[in-house]
Ligand binder design. Structure first.
Ligand code: NAD
Length: 497
């Protein structure tokens, strides 16, 4: 019998009464692993009311108690690290090591949430006027919701609900319908850590369920991670409903290689950054800009890339897994075809890639295009596959201009041994996350994940101090206490005349 993915409502894991169920498919075999429901309106309503009720108590729960829940949760996540990675690998196709990294980056956010008391400290100024003091608190918003993508089914839900809940909110998570079992296991461990019923709800589905969350007047904030068209829709719809919204969207990340870069470092780092996780990372490098003679390393790079291969999650020899779905693979293949048609030089073509024993898998091998121009579809579109475009320019200035002309601004990096080149690049580049001799500069959770331009719609980013600001409201209190108002009895106690 097919496994039915459960939802978490009012503290219980339950099977939905929905009549609409979607298949969760193993992308390496097409085997149906489970079915996930489209949560019904009545169930969504119950989830909201339970979250609302839980918030009334949780907002008044002392902050050290809230932090202790996160400590217990962090310990459980570590204890179940391998188990979580196995579930994650099976449903997303990621290699086991990559899946462990996905879980680990989420655990680090929970560790950050343990520090919530310091993160929620307000500010104080004494004597803003004679005898008047001002101080501020940050207070939770209420019921918040999160909508997450398929490509990091552990890390991205953990970007959201631990911080929101540590701040005193309750949370409704709508994970990706393509790999919902990892988030449900995360929720089970959260309950096992001692979370009060109702604090976290997990509902499932697609647009209809997202629209329900976006338009419900009681939901105060929406956190979204996913593609650009959906991100724009979420941001415009959510803000039109007067909600606070942060929407992390797609990307096109460039790596600049200067002629003085350490060649071996470039070769090693670029392979992982371009093809790791089959290019299905919002921080993957999808364009490399070779400056001047840096392009001489291309033949050697192509040879290295030709040797790596995708494969099953539990095969230690797999460099990366399959594309998440048949339709996503078709889209990647369509873009590879467009690259050839539009005149780019295909140095390595992974479109006919196959893996022994997995004839039905959504495989695409490493693919490299040279002579790519900004007008081509492979340059303009986020491919989300193991496809690297190479652009050659003569100067760093040209590289910077090219990157700044691109609508996306998630991540970028420069490889060089010149401090001056690195300084110029980091200062002038209009991208939110910059690596210097680091290909995928994802900040740790005490910073924030700071995509810019078309890669992010909103104001406050994920994790770090910014997430605490996103999930809280600031209250500023100005008070005047006059000595003349002190009652006689108190005067005697504190020794005033
Ligand atoms: P997606 O936009 O298809 O789906 C994301 C979420 O939105 C899912 O939960 C999905 O059910 C829901 N959704 C899909 N269509 C919807 C619609 N029409 N209306 C409302 N909700 C809808 O994204 P995906 O394919 O799951 O994830 C890959 C994308 O996510 C890539 O574009 C990638 O760059 C992006 N991403 C961005 C970041 C970042 O931090 N910027 C991080 C990870 C992934």
């Amino acid at each position: 019998m097919t496994v039915k993915v459960r939802q978490l409502i009012a503290g219980s894991f339950e099977e939905s009464h929905s009549e609409c169920w979607l298949d969760v498919v193993d992308p390496a075999t097409q085997r149906v692993l489970a079915q996930v429901p489209c949560t019904t309106d009545a169930e969504m309503d119950r989830a909201y009311h339970s979250a609302r009720e839980a918030f009334q108590t949780w907002r008044n729960t002392p902050v050290p108690t809230r932090a202790r829940l996160m400590f217990r949760y962090q310990a459980l996540l570590k204890e179940h690290h391998d188990e979580l990675a196995t579930i994650l690998s099976k449903e997303s196709g990621k290699t086991f090591e990559d899946a462990k990294g996905d879980v680990w980056r989420g655990i680090e956010v929970v560790e950050h949430a343990c520090n919530v008391a310091s993160l929620m400290m307000g500010e104080t100024v004494e004597n803003v006027a004679t005898g008047i003091d001002t101080h501020s608190y940050v207070q939770p918003l209420g019921v918040c919701a999160g909508i997450t993508p398929f490509n990091f089914p552990a890390m991205i839900p953990l970007w959201m609900f631990p911080i929101a809940i540590a701040c005193g909110n309750s949370f409704i998570l709508k994970p990706s319908e393509q790999d919902p079992m990892t988030p449900v296991r995360l929720a089970e461990l959260f309950m096992e850590a001692g979370a009060p019923a109702g604090l976290l709800q997990v509902v499932h589905g697609r647009k209809e369920q997202v629209d329900w969350l976006l338009t419900h007047p009681g939901i105060k904030a929406i956190s979204f991670v996913g593609s650009v068209p959906v991100g724009r829709y979420i941001y415009t719809t959510g803000t039109a409903q007067m909600k606070r919204v942060q929407a992390f969207a797609g990307a096109k990340n460039h790596m600049v290689v200067m002629p003085d870069a350490n060649r071996q470092t470039v070769l090693n780092q670029l392979v992982g950054a371009a093809f790791g996780a089959a290019g299905q990372r919002c921080m993957a490098i999808s364009v490399v800009i070779m400056v001047g003679s840096a392009k001489d390393c291309l033949p050697e790079f192509t040879e290295i890339a030709a040797k790596i291969r995708p494969g099953a999650w539990d095969d230690a020899g797999s460099a990366f897994g399959p594309i998440i779905s048949k339709s996503a693979r078709q889209r990647v293949l369509g873009l590879i075809e467009a690259g050839k048609r539009e005149g780019a030089e295909c140095l390595l073509d992974g479109s006919a890639c196959s893996v022994e024993g997995y004839s039905d898998g959504n495989w695409v091998g490493p693919t490299i295009f040279a002579n790519v121009t900004p007008e081509m579809s492979i340059y303009r579109e986020e491919i989300f596959g193991p496809v690297l475009s190479v652009v050659c320019v003569e100067t760093l200035e040209e590289a910077i201009n090219l990157i700044n002309a691109n609508p996306y601004g998630n991540g970028t990096s420069i490889f060089t041994s010149s401090g001056a080149a690195a300084r110029k690049f980091q200062h002038e580049i209009e991208v939110g996350q910059v690596g210097v001799n680091v290909p995928i500069p994802v900040p740790l959770p005490f910073f924030s994940f700071t995509g810019w331009r078309a890669s992010f719609y909103g104001d406050q980013h994920a994790y770090g101090k910014q997430a605490v600001r996103f999930y809280t409201e600031t209250k500023t209190v100005t008070s005047r206490w006059l000595e003349s108002d002190i009652s006689t009895a108190v005067n005697m106690t504190i020794g005033l005349k």
